[in-house]
Design a protein around this ligand. Sequence first.
Ligand code: GDP
Ligand code: GDP
Length: 442
Amino acid sequence: MSSTLKTDFSPKVAIIGRPNVGKSTLFNIITETRKAVVKNQAGVTRDIMIEPVDIWGKQFDLIDTGGITEAGDIFSKLIKEQVTEFLHSVDLIVAVMDGRVGLVPEDRDIIRVAKQTGKPFLLVINKVDSDQDQDMAKADFYEFGVDVVAASFEQRRGLAEILEWVVKQIPENPGTVKEGMNIAIVGKPNVGKSSICNAILGYNRMIVSDIAGTTIDSVDSPFVYNDKKYTLVDTAGLRRSAKREEDLEIISAFKSQEAIRRADIVLLMVDGTVGPTDQDARIMQAILEDHKGVIVVANKSDLGGKEVPEYRKTFREQVERVFHFFTDVHIVFTSAKTGYGLEDLFEMIEKVAHQMTFRVPTAELNDFFFETIRKAPAPVWGTTNVKFYYLTQTYQQPPAFIAFANHPDGVTNSYRRFLIKHIKTNWDLHGMPIRIFCMKSR
Ligand code: GDP
Ligand code: GDP
């Protein structure tokens, strides 16, 4: 299997579905291979298959997930977690259902899990072998509000529609740095978000919170710094303020979520004289769950006291305590009032942008990987050592990886941290929320 994985940075398209719906048939047709054994019997465990394909000039890796989705009862918690984790590592999801059987409870489960990932998602109703059945077959599935295609893989119906959908979702130049990172500023009220926004945009476009209840329609603010384009997202949200303190808390929490979702890089602002709090830890969790680049901005440095090194040291210690789940997070000290630290902030934004788009060829990655895992005892699953086959980088930003192993459940969190630590050191990726997914392979 490893030899077929030629494309390093291709988007990954996963075919999911219950046993026997036609996943391997679809995989075989698109990849023009006979690798995925098509069988007429439900529940036969098999490998995950990955094949690079080139359709109409767009390259992607097609994945037949039979190996996980059929590894047991889809309802079982463990399998569901594995499937969910796996789906987070792919870019597009094609869920196949059986039109002759109709919608069954497991299908709802699969649709729910796929939707929760937030990835582009196509529902394919297979085995619609006659034209007349098309609308009937699809009707069952419209309630989910996702794209639906009726198909018969055996009769090669619906394939063009499926491929068209996939190709449409793939950007022209995957892997290239898109112009203009989206930057969101989040944090508790009164830490200086609007003020830093003003300082960044260079003029007083924001109405600072002294004026209560001001509402301006949501806009993003594009700007240029050092000849590079950026967009500050939801700057209007920063202008808005509420009358009561509680409202402010609720509104800002809600706004933060939306801003985080739309951002590439999130600036989590805290009052440097106070330090991060539990509420900031919750915001940080949300940022990490959304898998975004993040910089902690310690504002109001002008009030930080005369002992600057001491002040910074104390702040760092607080960061390590409050963000104990992400201790190497980047920190920049600023003062929105005096403009102090803005250059450092932009240097850091550029560094994070660079780290986010990091790419390593599979060969180099695996040389490093096998050298690294030799340094530590192999993780153990039951009585057997976990054996790794290879590591591949996914198409995502910030960098994420999939490790293929014989017993992925044996790869403990501490072993993952060990791998992540070495990856970060080897390629200067400190401060990045790196993820490693583990998948079963034989
Ligand atoms: P998987 O378990 O989801 O990978 O399903 P397979 O691709 O192994 O297919 C399961 C069975 O469904 C096989 O016997 C296929 O020949 C059959 N099958 C696949 N596509 C169609 C179709 O369009 N129409 C009909 N009638 N049968 C199909
Ligand atoms: P927001 O609620 O997070 O958007 O915070 P604001 O930008 O509205 O700032 C809250 C208060 O802190 C205002 O009175 C600002 O003038 C003040 N402030 C913001 N940044 C700084 C800073 O760097 N130093 C000092 N001393 N005060 C600041």
